[in-house]
Design a protein around this ligand. Structure first.
Ligand code: ACM
Length: 686
């Protein structure tokens, strides 16, 4: 038995995989037979069409929808044990399956329909182009012989998607769902309401779409379509209405709910705004009861998310009535008032037949145990929730909007606390105690989060993919699957096939760069871009932006992570790790590094006329200069390392030239600058 780390082109990796003899050739005669008590399930049936469409897209081979009666000659035999009329899909529904490809035939078996959906995605990922082997190669595609047993590590594997800061269309959301299903995610947490817009039609409170959406909202019919699409893919849809903060849009529509003085308006700026609901008025709860009743019917899932994050209490502190209410009720601070609010809202949600989820701020004394706590301010809150008997999911460390590399997200595990930060060490903050096996059961999984301040339909895919696949693997695959090199190898493959699903994480950025290039050839800008990344975390300050500002500069047209830059940096590390003598003999590595540097240097020269001519790029001219000088310094460092000629003066000058390259410019960084610094440092000083 090969362990789950076997180098199959799969993401997420399965629990176990072992090679078998033979392979299944994919031809135009590909056929499926479907048997078992669960064969009539709508999701299983619907998935058959997807198989043919996907195979055709992945291979270019014309497919007919060939469904045959139970037949040992079928290319893929699907056996699904039991009918499952459960609707809606529930947390913990069986997703396990086994897939056996032996002697040219495949059998996918699952006890229940969801397992079939997960197994189909594995089968489709296994389709590879046949290798050319001299004299015996068969051009085309095949699935290798393999036996896979698989089931998820966590039952809650989600993506929290913000459609308030910038609206996303139904097509954007459905495309995202297709990608999620392909990497076995099973929860879409739909952040439908925030300061910048309320995005669902309400029949009871029509000003929510008339005023609070500013024209960008989903009709209830569209919401039902998305939920049906998600169900077909085995994905639950959980709505979030954020309250009592992040509520500027709601109070703009219904100012009587507001804690602060008017006039109220939908926000066009970003950040933690001060506009809050008034938690002391019974009218607020009557409104929420009506709204939650309507939304609870529209969204079939068991869970309903009430937000609760980032309540900035200025308006509560400045409102004399609210202050009097707090005194009357013996509340000494805003946290107690929020706790009062949360408890009332949790009761409302439960009264409409739902369970509750909320961001970790709602974890206050007296919070009912029926609430799932979503940990975003640090993993400690997940630990705290679990130790107090609350279910929890992890989002801290999985914020895709922060542009961190896949490796950083991949290293975050809901079941393992990260090492104490320097801040914690400095304040002597005690590490949370280890969880008991019983408490660990409260950790249900995690959700990646994609906040949309700096994203729009056009570059959404590039901000989600392929990094979301690495988080999906963390939440599905065994805890022992942690090899980052293997992850990156498979992520590159994943990045290619995801576009056959209709995702555009690579092609949309090409179009954006084409727009920047205008009438100039785009090639140099493409090459130049491969050395760059957007700055990380909150450094690209979204508070400088308004919702209506275009996101069409070079920084917007970059993937979060430079693959070429990472590979170059890894090569530099390997090159420098050798002894001086071995390095001198390693002409191949040296040539590879020099070839890459020459390409970047040439691109920096070639983008200049385009940058001088095109207004959206002129601010980046200094960056072209910096890249050129960086490449020159790197080439010289390699040459000096090779010859062993030390020169303290050169080193000093090179180091000061590098200062500019290490600095961030126009919200971008040069991914390889630290690697070049290592090359310079390695040059002998005298
Ligand atoms: C959050 O990021 N404010 C949940």
């Amino acid at each position: 038995m090969v362990c789950a780390g076997a180098d199959l082109p799969l993401m997420p990796l399965p629990q176990t995989a072992a090679p078998e003899t033979g392979q299944l050739e994919i031809t135009g005669a590909f056929s499926i037979s479907l048997v078992g008590a669960g064969a009539a399930d709508d999701r299983v049936h619907g998935s058959l069409d997807r198989i043919f469409t996907r195979i055709q897209r992945q291979t270019g081979i014309p497919m007919q929808r060939r469904i045959v009666a139970d037949n040992p000659a079928a290319s893929l035999r699907i056996v699904v044990g039991r009918k499952d009329h459960k609707s809606p899909q529930r947390l913990g529904d069986d997703e396990s399956y086994s897939l056996r490809v032996v002697n040219g035939q495949a059998q996918l078996s699952a006890a229940a329909p969801l397992g079939v959906l997960r197994g189909i995605e594995t089968f489709l990922q296994l389709i590879q182009q046949n290798e050319a082997v001299a004299g015996q190669s068969k051009p085309g595609f095949s699935v290798p012989g393999v036996t896979i047993q698989d089931s998820p590590r966590f039952g809650w594997r989600g993506l929290s998607l913000d459609v308030s800061r910038h609206f996303l269309t139904v097509a954007d959301v459905e495309r995202t769902l297709d990608g999620m299903a392909a990497v076995k995610l099973n929860v879409l947490h739909w952040h439908l309401s925030d300061d910048q817009g309320f995005r669902v039609e309400s029949k009871k409170y029509p000003k929510l779409q008339e005023v609070a959406s500013e024209g960008n909202y989903y009709t209830q019919a569209q919401i039902q379509d998305v939920i049906a699409h998600a169900r077909g893919l085995g994905i639950r849809v959980i709505p979030e209405i954020d309250m009592p903060g992040h509520a500027a849009a709601i109070v703009a529509a219904y100012p009587a709910l507001a804690a602060g003085p008017g006039p109220q308006s939908v926000a066009h700026n970003f950040g933690v705004l001060t506009r809050l609901m008034d938690p002391t008025k019974e009218a607020t709860y009557r409104f929420l009861d009506g709204l939650i009743a309507e939304m609870a019917k529209l969204f079939a899932d068991d869970y309903f998310h009430i937000g609760g994050d980032e309540v900035e209490p200025t308006e509560w502190n400045q409102n004399a009535d609210i202050q009097a209410f707090m005194r009357q009720h013996g509340m000494s601070d805003a946290k107690q008032l929020q706790s009062y609010f949360s408890q009332k809202v949790v009761k409302i949600v439960i009264s409409h037949g739902k369970r509750v989820a909320g961001w970790d701020e709602i974890l206050q004394p007296d919070l009912p145990k029926a609430v799932v706590v979503q940990s975003w301010r640090g993993q400690k809150s997940l630990w705290q929730a679990a130790s107090e008997g609350y279910d929890g999911i992890l989002s801290a460390g999985y914020y895709l909007d922060l542009m961190h590399p896949a490796s950083e997200h991949y290293a975050i595990d809901p079941m393992r606390l990260p090492p104490a930060s320097a801040d914690q060490a400095a304040t002597n903050e005690a590490a949370p105690a280890a969880l008991t096996p019983e408490q660990r059961k409260h950790i249900l999984g995690g959700e990646a989060a994609m906040w949309e301040e700096l994203a729009v339909s056009e570059n959404l895919d590039a901000k989600l993919w392929p990094r979301l696949a690495a988080i999906a693997e963390r939440l599905w695959s065994p805890e022992t699957v942690t090899d980052t090199d293997s992850m990156y190898r498979r992520l590159a493959i994943t990045n290619r096939w995801l576009e056959y699903l209709g995702l555009s994480q690579r092609s949309s950025l090409v179009q954006m760069r084409q727009r920047l290039a205008g009438s100039f050839p785009r090639g140099p800008l493409d090459t130049f871009s491969t050395i760059l990344e957007p700055v990380k975390g909150y450094e690209r300050n979204s508070e400088k932006y308004l919702t209506e500002m275009p996101l069409n500069r070079l920084v917007d047209a970059l993937p979060p992570e430079s693959d070429a830059g990472r590979e170059f940096s890894n090569k530099v590390d390997a090159y420098l790790a050798q002894s001086g003598e071995a390095r001198k003999n390693d002409a191949r590595s040296k040539q590879e590094l020099l070839r890459q540097l020459a390409a970047w240097q040439k691109s920096a020269e070639d983008v200049r006329p385009m940058m001088q001519a095109n207004g959206l790029l002129t601010a980046d001219l200094p960056l072209a200069d910096t890249v050129e000088s960086l490449c020159r310094v790197a080439q010289e460092a390699i040459s000096r390392l090779d010859s062993g000629s030390g020169d303290a003066k050169w080193k000093q000058e090179a180091t000061s030239e590098l200062e500019t390259a290490l600095r961030h410019q126009d919200d971008m960084l040069i991914r390889v600058a630290p690697a070049v610094q290592k090359l310079v440092n390695a040059v002998p000083g005298a």
